[in-house]
Design a protein. Structure first.
Length: 124
């Protein structure tokens, strides 16, 4: 569908982009679509990013997910709610907490928190 639109000189709308990302085979494929949209100057807004982060990400490390999030053209904090739910459903609370803390912490602090969570020593 996208190839036909490009051949016809039609710019995909946000609805089209969100529909395409919903059928992406993986989060990585959807992320590639986001980067292509940026390169081609197609609009991919909040709806697109909500659909992207609704793709299965529970098998990714939270740090990798957040790195991908930072590399995307737009960052909407609300899109991180779905990965948090996915990590919790998969019984990965450490990953969920890392995503929860992300908007409020810097990378070195996140690393320290992750280290503290995996050690047996008390955090205080």
């Amino acid at each position: 569908m996208l190839d036909e639109m490009i051949a016809a000189g039609i710019k995909p709308s946000e609805v089209t982009m969100a529909t395409l990302v919903r059928v992406a085979p993986s989060f990585k494929a959807g992320r590639c679509l986001a980067l292509e949209a940026k390169d081609r100057e197609w609009y991919a807004g909040r709806g697109f990013y909500e659909a992207l982060f609704a793709l299965p990400v529970h098998n990714m490390d939270a740090a990798d997910l957040l790195d991908d999030y930072n590399k995307l053209p737009f960052q909407f904090e609300t899109v991180l709610q779905n990965p948090i739910r996915q990590y919790l459903r998969e019984k990965k609370p450490e990953q969920a907490i890392e995503v929860c803390l992300f908007p409020h912490t810097c990378l070195p602090l996140r690393s320290s928190i992750a280290t503290a969570m995996t050690s047996a020593a008390p955090i205080y």
